[in-house]
Design a protein around this ligand. Sequence first.
Ligand SMILES: Cc1cc2nc3c(=O)[nH]c(=O)nc-3n(C[C@H](O)[C@H](O)[C@H](O)COP(=O)(O)OP(=O)(O)OC[C@H]3O[C@@H](n4cnc5c(N)ncnc54)[C@H](O)[C@@H]3O)c2cc1C
Length: 362
Amino acid sequence: MASIKGSADVVVIGGGVIGLTIARALALRGVRDVCLIERGNLGTEASWAAAGMLLPQVEADAQDEFFNLACQSRDLYPDFAAALREETGIDVELDTTGTLYLALTEHDYDEIEKRYEWQTRAGLSVERLSGTEARELEPCISESTLGALRFPKDIQVENRRLLSALANSVKKLGVDIATQTTVGSVMIEGNRVRGVQTSRGPISCLMVVIAAGTWSSFIKTPPQSPIPGIEPVRGQMVCLEAKPQLTRHVIYSPRGYIVPRQDGRLLAGSTSENAGFAKCVTAGGIATILRNALEISPAISDLPVVDTWAGLRPRAAGGLPVLGPCGEIDGLFCATGHYRNGILLAPITGELISKAIVSSQR
Ligand SMILES: Cc1cc2nc3c(=O)[nH]c(=O)nc-3n(C[C@H](O)[C@H](O)[C@H](O)COP(=O)(O)OP(=O)(O)OC[C@H]3O[C@@H](n4cnc5c(N)ncnc54)[C@H](O)[C@@H]3O)c2cc1C
């Protein structure tokens, strides 16, 4: 293995969607010497396991700060996808068909009514459909559908293609990438970052971004800048094959979802489990996912199961992402805890963190 470069302007720790997007945004803002350090290979953890749904409106109960941030990030996606295509030739398959949120029980129906009312009052794009109208739109959905909301702006991206495009983009932009390299600690002198200690030696730098997903709190930092506790929340997925594709919309219920991909894969998800760092697929997990997917669409019953996988969502206290300067040490930034929304929040995270770093360098 080639020896590691001994210095950089900014070190980004973690090569998931968050670290990659930040490294790209820094390079685009003119930061010359960005080094991205990844413990394994780029984009093989939670960001790879995700379903790629960009759905700020579907599950939102109120127009709070998080909701506004999530909508802002979703609305950056068309330009983000177009720029990545221009830079790399990779189409990230941003699919703007929209999302259907089904009410399959009386309780679901009350929930979607509330959502429709507040979002309509807030001037957001949402359409109310009867069960019959929803089935006319997507004939595969259950005959028990009592009604549905259609969210035309809540869309999806092929997250694995997104990761390839980001990896390609950062390489082209001259970001120095060290894979198979683990950061153990952030080195501090006085009140300022001086570098990171890695499994392949030290790298000196004045700025560090911790974007290590669910493993972020394992990186040692000084007591005046503790990284907020991040816990893993396991999500399992089942991949079916639907050729021709069963649905055009992402279809969501309060218990599960199905996501059609252009190549005929139909993703069904997911679980939310506190199972520590055990990233395995379980019999119970698959059973739950398939039960919820069959409730949405009994038509999936004959489809072949072609793959299953699991990933660990990084959850911080309160379930909200941790973005910005980390504690009282100059030069230390956090971008972690994106929990269920890291794909959605990647573009805005890249913008916010790169802006904060560039303005702190002035
Ligand atoms: C089943 C499932 C479905 C999901 N669906 C969606 C969805 O539809 N929409 C959505 O927006 N989000 C979704 N998510 C959530 C989303 O995947 C995460 O929020 C997002 O991937 C987090 O990105 P990340 O870059 O922080 O973490 P990761 O992708 O986990 O990347 C962190 C990286 O840091 C590296 N690393 C860790 N420690 C170190 C170290 N010490 N040194 C160097 N490198 C290190 C890891 O190896 C890893 O590659 C889903 C998640 C799961 C599991």
